[in-house]
Design a protein around this ligand. Structure first.
Ligand SMILES: Cc1cc2nc3c(=O)[nH]c(=O)nc-3n(C[C@H](O)[C@H](O)[C@H](O)COP(=O)(O)OP(=O)(O)OC[C@H]3O[C@@H](n4cnc5c(N)ncnc54)[C@H](O)[C@@H]3O)c2cc1C
Length: 179
């Protein structure tokens, strides 16, 4: 079970609740956002505790004090965190690279070649986005999970996806119309 991280004010609590949960349920993981300036130190702490981490860029509007605003900085922090995950020799080798950014996906492939196949990481992508990339990754024998939204909170979720990319309104319309 993967736990999402939402806006900045929930980060501290989400991580501590997750670490409590991890003591009894080891098949659990938590998201970490590369746009947050605090994430490298959170990641160090999480890895020390044997946590499983899903790395994402971050989907909520955050202020400059807490989060990088430029895509270059968000991406380079993502690269830095991803390298930390591959380099980690701690209690867990399980982690997830959750992005559709082909440059970062290629970087992850290079890191996996460099650090060997014992890292049990997986790529995670949203349903309906970059399906051709998922196919390519599976063909190259990488593990790929697709994130499928369901449940009562579908509207705020869909609004976030539309905010990221206006064209997703078509994806949403299609999923409502299709049986
Ligand atoms: C499995 C999973 C779990 C996530 N969990 C969290 C979480 O817990 N907390 C959180 O804050 N965020 C979460 N996110 C969202 C994440 O933070 C980003 O907002 C989202 O993934 C878009 O960033 P990107 O890494 O794909 O890179 P971007 O730089 O945004 O995009 C790279 C390329 O991917 C494609 N793309 C990206 N997004 C879309 C889209 N919505 N529609 C169509 N094409 C797109 C485009 O081609 C774009 O050029 C999650 C994402 C995934 C895949």
């Amino acid at each position: 079970m993967w736990i999402d991280i939402e806006s900045f004010q929930f980060v501290e609590n989400t991580i501590s609740i997750y670490l409590e949960l991890l003591k009894n349920y080891d098949a659990t993981g938590v998201a970490l956002q590369s746009y947050l300036k605090r994430s490298p130190s959170d990641l160090l702490h999480l890895l020390e505790e044997g946590a499983k981490v899903r790395l994402v860029k971050g989907a909520y509007r955050q202020n400059e004090a807490n989060a990088f605003q430029s895509i270059d900085k968000i991406n380079s922090n993502f690269s830095k965190l991803m390298k930390m995950l591959f380099e980690n020799n701690g209690n867990t080798d399980i982690f997830a690279i959750a992005t559709h950014d082909s440059r970062l996906i290629n970087e992850a492939i290079e890191l996996s070649e460099k650090f060997g196949t014992d890292k049990r990481f997986e790529f995670q992508l949203l349903m309906g986005i970059h399906d051709e990339m998922k196919k390519m990754l599976v063909e190259r024998r990488f593990k790929v999970s697709e994130y499928i939204p369901y449940g009562s909170q579908w509207l705020p979720y869909s609004i976030r996806r539309i905010r990221e990319r206006k064209r997703n309104i078509l994806l949403l319309a299609r999923s409502i119309i299709q049986p």
